[in-house]
Design a protein around this ligand. Structure first.
Ligand code: 5BU
Length: 259
């Protein structure tokens, strides 16, 4: 792969054509169409705030990342409202559930309970610690819906065990299950398969840490130096003095870093 091509908008189109996974195709195409490789981590605790941010920042992002279990007032209507904003602004919904159990249990956690994640999330993620059965369990539910699974290969937090040989294992598992796995949560590019999309959390305009072990790197470090595809940003946008201007700044800087 030519490095120049790898980093251009043209290449997103090319990757969308080559990707076998329908959700990877959809995401790569919408990134190219909307000219954005920014994902918002919308960690808020009320439905009103979640919908407010989804509507406000929706125009700048390719993916809205949720922790739906943080909501204090979730109702079965919440996902419908989220889905209509996703349609309005053309972004995907990624529930950062981090499944981590045996296949049978995760299939129930994904499909059932109060959140019924499988009914509304385009993307979900899972730890590889249980082995390949977790992928199989989730695929039984999400495969027929054409949803996509991201494997957690590396984490942004200080002292994480998910790195090195573990990340390499995740890459191999993901590539071996590319009918359902369409990418990774990682700190760098792991796979050269065109349909594997790399998401990186732990991003701020300035490098640093929070008080609980989160480590932040810059957009350019993550996208240019490490070759990731999408930056996931939460508090740096949600707590900004001007969130809209900050989201647009992130979108531009992230897009320009690779185009
Ligand atoms: P922040 O506010 O930009 O620090 O939010 C980061 C988000 O990404 C938050 O929702 C975390 O749960 C998520 N995250 C992370 O920070 N680091 C990781 O390694 C993984 C997820 Br995996």
């Amino acid at each position: 792969m030519q490095p120049q091509l790898l980093r251009s908008a043209n290449h997103l189109r090319h990757r969308a054509l080559l990707a076998a996974h329908p959700m990877a195709k959809r995401l790569l195409s919408l990134m190219e169409e909307k000219r954005t490789n920014l994902s918002l981590a919308c960690d808020v605790s009320t439905e009103k705030e979640l919908l407010h941010w989804a509507d406000l920042i929706g125009p700048f992002i390719c993916v809205l990342k949720t922790h739906i279990d943080i909501l204090e007032d979730f109702t079965p209507r919440t996902p419908d409202a989220l889905k209509s904003l996703a349609d309005k602004h053309n972004f995907l919904l990624f529930e950062d559930r981090k499944f981590a159990d045996i296949g049978q249990t995760v299939s129930l956690q994904y499909a059932k309970g109060i959140y019924r994640i499988a009914e509304w999330a385009d993307l979900i993620n899972a730890h590889i610690i249980p082995g390949p059965g977790i992928i199989e369990g989730l695929r039984q539910v999400g495969g027929p819906k054409k949803s996509g699974l991201l494997l957690l290969a590396e984490m942004s937090s200080k002292g994480t065990l998910a790195k090195g040989a573990y990340a390499e294992k995740a890459r191999r598992l993901g590539e071996a299950h590319s009918d359902f796995v369409c990418g990774f949560i990682s700190q760098r590019r792991l796979s050269d398969q065109p349909g594997m999309i790399h998401f990186t959390p732990g991003v701020k305009l300035k490098k640093g840490n929070d008080a609980l072990g989160q480590r932040y790197r810059t957009i350019e470090e993550v996208l240019l130096k490490e070759g990731s595809d999408i930056v996931i940003v939460g508090r740096d946008i949600l707590q900004a003095a001007d969130p809209i201007a900050t989201a647009e700044l992130y979108r531009q800087r992230a897009w320009n870093a690779v185009n």
